[in-house]
Design a protein around this ligand. Sequence first.
Ligand code: CA
Length: 456
Amino acid sequence: MDSPRYLLLAVSFLAAVSARAEGQAKPNILLIVSDDQGYADVGFQGCKDIPTPHLDRLAREGLHCTSGYVSHPFCSPTRAGLMTGRYQHRFGHQNNPFYNPNDHKEGLPLSEKLLPEFLGKAGYRTGWIGKWHLGAAPEFRPENRGFAETYGFIGGGHKFLNWKENVKSEYTVPIERNGKPEAVTEHLTTALGKEAADFVKRHRGEPWFLYLAFNAPHQPNEPTEERLERFASIENRTRRAYAAQVSLMDDAIGEALEALRASDQEKDTLVFFFSDNGGPITKNGSSNDPLRGAKGDVYEGGVRVPFVVKWPAKLPSGQTYDLPVSSLDVFATSLAVAGAEMPTDRKYDSVNLIPYLSGEKKEAPHDALFWRRGPSLAVREGDSKLVRQGPNQRALYHLPSDLGEKTDIKADHSDLVTRLAAELEAWDGEMIPPAFPGATAYEKPNPNLKKKPTRQ
Ligand code: CA
């Protein structure tokens, strides 16, 4: 080999090694969302009776965000905020859409553009696996909102084992791959984990974005016999079945994460994990200890969730990050790592977390975080949280000393209450009324439905 050619090869090799060492130009993005998992129900949050080794490893190797929030205390609105990077109330998405493929009103308004559309344009292969819950009519479905590959179900929940397929019944519709029904022969959570692992391996070598949205451990609690047996020592039967569901999901997450490692993509993949809302403690057997409240509440128990971010190429590992972060931030963070510009045609509430999580920026990513559910409103600013349950029902909590929101300190801090109340009013004033009536016990019943809805 003549020397110039040798030199050229050597330079190319070194450039490739250097690019590898600095991280892939466009990292993959794996967004894992669990459903109705309690704040306390994962090992890295202190859970003792449900081992979650795969999630614990994720937290150990990534950043455990101890003040991780979602933008709503129940399912669909959180997902609408997550996919748009905007408080979902800005476009009227404050209810769970009822499942009806012929209803063209109940879904994430088409005026909004979703994260996968932007990432697709940035050169990403986009995939969705699991639960959708952002509208069932064709125009609302994931394949028409930017996802190139889809596998899952369109409604707000699904049975996990041995369901009799019925296209008209939300929880027993066939699982669909790219819009075509496909039989599932194992626990649904296990199937979703395998699908995720397959997606990860199949798209090695190109940047990809996978939204892996489990419907576990949302009800119904339907674990396998084998897994239920493993938790025989838990006396409460609901908690026992819930524990088995969480454990099956942890295994499925482990399967997806192992695929990252096995295909040498771990370093260059940004992983998010959180639950879509707090646990509905009286329903599915979850626990939000030591937080106050549950799914549906603007207290911490409704909106503060287990939250992890991991990106070995750029972020520290094995640390905690204590300043408040939000599920809304997935949007701006993902666009930033993809090298895509944030759109400027409307107001966004999403912050690129990378400079904050890496330690480059020391201040808080958000000046404040806000929530609204029915007449209940809340704002967190710094260590303080103001909860307004009605026009004259305000309470102020100091979270670092009172995580359980037990002691109202408004009497001692009237100036702060006045200021936070004004901020809350101003934020609320930017939001709009519901775009569709919805179907959930967490909001007003839908007058169009003959039967009172029983599921959330
Ligand atoms: Ca949920």
